[in-house]
Design a protein. Structure first.
Length: 435
């Protein structure tokens, strides 16, 4: 049996996956950055993070079109710097893609618990894991078609929300206590600004499964980042502009909520209204889109690790019937459930962001190096304004990593321990193979 993935993804499906990977960031979590930096603090962080993702996405598209492999950043770093840097990059990518879904699964469970309070949150979360792993195993075209449909619903819901809130927007609400913690608030808000876009790079991991990958990745990736930037801006402004940032951070009892849209809508419509109920239901679609999409990308990342021998060989096997990385998906589900039952969803998100920023930094270095050492590499798409785009992305990602590390010392130590232990095992395996 040929151990290859099946090509069946169109540009529309890639757009749906790219937007779907991260659209849950508009529905939950980002508003906690307001608590750290206020309206202005988070807004400044967002400006830099939007610049990061625009410059990174165009740079990453060059790599994805030139080296269309399921490993994404792992394959690019492997080619540019060798297998040791490739391994570290692959581990960072795996950490990002495996750690983000448990946090979203918990949010899905919380939604389910709203409608059926007698069923515990974790039960809904586990059910979501099982259902969407099975869907991913059944075939990439089925999974991508499902992702496209629910992503369209999730985007439509954000537009619907903005249509309700923009007429009620007041500039005074945006100015209210906008700078509560000074410049420190900007740094503290960075992870929550990144949460708006975290995971879009997973599009590159689907390059082996796209029809005409060079054209499909360019169109799908480019249109996805444009869509996400627009949605981020209108969601941020329309949510805060209704009643100020405190209104979409703190619930009536004074505790913090990670569901800003329903809180904002309560100032406009009654909780029993049709509009409010629609937003709750379709908001669940946004969570499912990101959960399902990130799970799909994680499966490809882990599969490539196994296929090249950096992880147990069975992880790199394709299911004979469906031509999907079933073993990798099941392993990732097991790791995700362990993280889910730890109950540390906020910390897991932060560790996921450390993985993402590591991936961005090494990928930009890989692009710069490959331009020097492989001048004859076929590049169907070249990043505009080279070398400025990758350098800007590299600088902002590096600064963001350092800022996050300062405010999350314990978590960055845990992140480096995971990388260090994994690298140690990798080196031991390499020596045993040679001997």
């Amino acid at each position: 049996m040929e151990n290859n993935l099946k090509r069946s993804l169109t540009p529309a499906m890639v757009w749906g996956l790219g937007v779907g990977y991260v659209i849950s960031g508009n529905y939950f979590g980002w508003n906690l950055g307001l608590e750290k930096g206020g309206t202005l603090g988070l807004a400044i962080a967002l400006v830099f993070i939007i610049i990061l993702y625009i410059t990174f996405t165009f740079s990453y598209t060059e790599l994805a079109c030139s080296i269309p492999k399921a490993g994404g950043a792992f394959d690019y770093a492997n080619r540019a710097f060798g297998k040791e840097v490739g391994f570290i990059t692959g581990m960072a990518q795996n950490i990002e893609f495996i750690c983000a879904p448990p946090a979203i699964a918990f949010a899905i469970g919380s939604y389910g618990n709203i409608f059926f309070p007698e069923i515990p949150v974790l039960i809904f979360s586990v059910i979501a894991y099982v259902i969407f792993v099975m869907l991913n195993i059944s075939g990439v075209k089925v999974a991508a078609t499902f992702e496209l449909v629910i992503t369209i619903f999730a985007v439509a819901a954000l537009i619907f929300f903005s249509g309700l809130t923009f007429p009620k927007l007041e500039w005074a609400h945006l100015e209210k206590n906008a700078w509560p913690h000074g410049y420190e608030g900007v740094f503290a808000a960075i992870p929550f600004a990144i949460w708006f876009f975290l995971g879009i790079e997973g599009v590159a991991n689907l390059a082996e499964e796209t029809i005409n990958p060079k054209r499909t990745i360019l169109i799908g990736f480019g249109s996805a980042i444009v869509t996400l930037v627009v949605l981020c801006i209108i969601t941020f402004i329309s949510s805060v502009g209704v009643a100020g940032w405190e209104a979409i951070v703190y619930k009536a009892d004074g505790t913090a909520s990670d569901s800003p849209l329903p809180l904002a809508l309560e100032f406009i419509v009654d909780r029993s209204s049709f509009s409010y109920q629609v937003l709750l239901i379709v908001g669940l679609f946004g969570l499912i889109a990101s959960f399902h999409g990130l799970m799909l990308a994680a499966g490809r990342s882990t599969y490539e690790f196994g296929r090249v021998g950096y992880a147990p060989a069975f992880i790199g096997k394709v299911n004979a019937r469906f031509q999907t990385p079933a073993n990798a998906l099941l392993v990732n589900m097991g790791l995700g459930l362990i993280a889910l039952f730890s109950g540390k969803t906020g910390e897991i998100i932060t560790i996921s962001v450390f993985g993402a920023l590591s991936l961005y930094i090494i990928s930009m270095l890989s692009l710069l190096r490959l331009r020097k050492i492989e001048t004859d590499l076929v590049r169907p798409f070249k990043v505009p304004l080279y070398p400025y785009f990758p350098i800007v992305a590299l600088v902002i990602a590096s600064f963001s990593f350092v800022a996050m590390a300062i405010y999350n010392l314990n978590l960055v130590v845990i992140y480096f321990l995971i990388i260090g232990v994994s690298y140690g095992i990798f080196k031991l395996q390499s020596r045993s193979v040679k001997s």
